[in-house]
Design a protein around this ligand. Structure first.
Ligand SMILES: Nc1nc2c(ncn2[C@@H]2O[C@H](COP(=O)(O)OP(=O)(O)OP(=O)(O)O)[C@@H](O)[C@H]2O)c(=O)[nH]1
Ligand SMILES: [Mg+2]
Length: 296
């Protein structure tokens, strides 16, 4: 699966990050608890070295809790601090706020509030997290990527200022596994993805790692069938049919991806700590194909 989605707002968000780094005390890098490694943006890593960075894992409700604990432990090596928080229910927000209040201030801060910049891939829950932290809907949120278009300062009376930024990917996502995980997690605009290709890759992944969950959800029988045949089976069992009775693979793929995103296939973490080094060798090699850049 190829993913190149780098609209102007992402390039702009990177500029805003660079410009605002000197104004903030720390950076909050929001990662998806289901794909903490794949949701780290390599394009901004070097910028982030200039400030303390806190990693916040969102969507812990959709991830395997054992894996989330393992990720929090492993990410501690790379970040100033780590935490998990749910941007929908508010679970973990109090602890997160306490953690923020212990962050070191820059020397020249005087009496001004603590200032943090929130960055992360699209649709990971940055704006929801801000709303939860300040206890009101100050930023727009939504269940598709690209909702936040402009950077926006939001402040809390208790002495905290947060800069919300548009979700950022990077110009070329060359690792196919990473592209798949970002796409299936909802970080990439659906319009640039081939739904059937994504559905088949998801079936393939589920068949390898979570067959029981897939089988139970759709009452499937045939484990040996190839991924496309399983998707066709899902289509039949869910009544995704075209006029004339042929299976509608696209409708089945959309349904499967939606079920995954909404947690109906169980709490699924796509990657484990330490696994990425092996993957980088095996799966993430550039296939030498021409890149294309999709801009808006
Ligand atoms: N299940 C679950 N959903 C969440 C969580 N946090 C946020 N969401 C949902 O994720 C979607 C995206 O949330 P936003 O806060 O708009 O994400 P964002 O990172 O600001 O997205 P962009 O502005 O598009 O980059 C919304 O539908 C939220 O309700 C969480 O912890 N768990
Ligand atoms: Mg947002």
């Amino acid at each position: 699966m190829d993913v190149q989605w780098y609209p102007g707002q992402m390039a702009k968000a990177k500029r805003v990050l660079r410009e605002n780094l000197k104004l903030v005390d720390a950076v909050i890098e929001v990662l998806d608890a289901r794909l903490p490694a794949s949701s780290r943006n390599p394009d901004i890593r070097e910028l982030l070295e200039r400030r303390p960075v806190v990693a916040v894992l969102t969507r812990p409700d959709l991830a395997d809790p054992v894996q989330t604990a393992a990720w929090l432990h492993s990410l501690r090596e790379d970040y100033f601090a780590v935490a998990a928080a749910n941007g929908t229910t508010g679970e973990g927000i109090k602890k997160l706020m306490q953690l923020f209040l212990t962050l070191p201030r820059r020397r020249k801060h005087g009496q001004r509030p603590l200032r943090l910049i929130i960055v992360g891939i699209p649709n990971v829950g940055k704006s929801s997290l801000i709303n939860r932290l300040i206890g009101r809907s100050a930023t727009k949120t939504g269940d598709k990527p690209g909702i936040t278009k402009q950077p926006q300062w939001v402040s809390l009376q208790a002495g905290l200022e947060l800069l919300d930024t548009p979700g950022m990917l990077w110009p070329k996502i060359s690792c196919k596994e990473q592209a798949f995980r970002l796409a299936v997690a909802g970080a990439v605009k659906d319009e640039i993805l081939d739904p059937v290709e994504l559905g088949i890759e998801l079936v393939s992944f589920m068949r390898r790692h979570f067959w029981e969950e897939l089988q139970q959800r759709y009452s499937l029988e045939n484990f040996t069938a190839d991924a496309q045949a399983i998707l066709a089976d899902i289509a039949k069992r869910r009544g995704c049919l075209l006029k004339g009775g042929a299976v509608d693979l696209e409708a089945a793929a959309r349904l499967l991806v939606k079920d995954l995103r909404e947690g109906r296939l169980g709490r699924i973490t796509f990657e484990r700590p330490g696994e990425q080094e092996d993957e980088a060798e095996e799966l993430c090699q550039d296939d030498g194909r021409e890149d294309f850049l999709l801009t808006e």
